[in-house]
Unconditional design. Sequence first.
Length: 607
Amino acid sequence: MTTISVSAPSVRRWQWLPAPGTWKYHALLAAVGLLVLGPLGGLAASYMNFSIGFFVSGQVLAGILGSTVTFGYGADGKHGANYIQTIAASVANLSAMAVVLQAMVWLGLPQPPAWKVMLYLTCIGMFGVGVGMLMTPILVDRMRLPYPSGLAVANILRALTDPVLLRRSVFTLGSGMALGFAGGVGAAKTALLGAINLSTSTFGAGMIVGVRIGLPTVVAGLTGTALVPYFVSIGWLHPGDPFRKITFLIGLGLLLGASLIDVSLILWEAARRLRTGAKSDLSAPVPELEPWKKTHPGRLILWVLAWGAGIAITGTTLMGVPAGYLLFALALSVALVLVTGIATGMTDLTPVSSAFVVTVILLAAIGLRDPGVGMIAATVLLVSCGVAADMQQDRSTGWRLGTNRMMQFRYQVGGVVVGAAMAIVYAHLFMGAYPVLNVDQTSIPADQQPAAWASAMTYKFVGALRSITDDKPYQRIAILIGIGIGAAVQAARTLLRSSAAYRKFVAGGKIGYSSGFVLDTFLLPSPYAYSFGLFLNLPGSAWFAAGGTFSSLYNTWSERRERASGEQAALPSDMNPTSLVGGGLIAGNALSALSLGLIGLAQTVLG
């Protein structure tokens, strides 16, 4: 990631706007995010979850629309727009959790009063905000993960609030958005594009991360496809099952194993600095953090503990879950927030449904046999991992813009409260308008499945919960295999990168560069990138890899042309044409989801 230096305050274009930093200023931004953009993004996210089974981040959509409100502040309007997208995306993210209530209906569970569900979701969301903020220095500052949607939002906010950048980037950004919108609508409404699983947002994310992350995903998908007969022969899959029905567990293990190595190295480095620091000159000045980057770790820890207690209290007294299972879910969530945050930062995928299923598997391993209890307990992981990953995406945007982190934290907290209520509203709205959403698809034949409402996320939840009465040890074996492979590969990659001889060889010419490329993409790929291909179906991996390959080829050609002509890039390094087009594709896909959701809502109201 590349930050942009903080410039002098710009002059307001529209003098009637409230002065920045005043309560009227923050009231305006919060009202736009909470009352307009958040519910719109939530509508799109809920529609996608009910109809497809995954949803596009509300960040990009809110960033585009929010910048129209703050345009009058000049270049500094990017911070206000960032606050708007932070609060609106938080609302949208939690709104998508309407599928929790759908899963309860499929399982035949009694529906708790709305206020109980809202209070429980609010406690989990607040816990996720705190844990996500605590992980930010590791994932955003230390590891500097790309966070494709976060980069897309940063580029959009910089371009739409700065006339100079807008003039230089309007064509590439606008072209990407138009293509993303057309592709999103086409994939939903055209049989041909739907058949090839066109995903403009996946292609766009691949363009942002590049070929060394993109290609390993399709290699993993091809490997998973080739292993299907073996998995069937050992009973891990049934004939006709997709490979990702089991490989997502291995993929999650890869993330866990690799993160164990990386976090261990970070802790080792911190301990080393403490030891050497104790021997150094105590009078030496301690370097100051930039004001916008400062947080209060002690207060954040208290925040996490307080809301963790809130989850335990509401979960046991209002939702009827034994305390032991809730405490287990809370402890597990801290580890999985790190894992899902890394996955989001590397590939723009937040594997919250995988975190949910893994939680169910582990709860079964410690003796749980009640699907209803499993549903409520695993919701802790589902919501907290999603909210925390959204927090980290927001912080990656703020990292590039220099936006105040604690202010973003406050905005996200406001979004959690409204989002918890909107999840219940959208669940009743869609399930009341479309009775087919109340039908348990796990218990009906394939030829009776509703084509327009696949609800794949709910299907995965309920399938895992129904199997809780039949513990499957091989699922835990798959996770352990992934952990072992992920740790071994990441350790090997770390040793190679620390070798001066290897770095010299790779930088020494075409043979070295080619060798490093083959190692990174085929022989010893990053477990973070490789695991993405174990979560997706093969067409999805192919679109991601195609985007990364196209981006890297274009950037290589462009750099050679600039060197040959002596030209200099007209835009910041992280606003190159491929990142702008890729971000535009993600944004256009989000706009298409919003449009389809609004059309569906209008049909419900008028029909």
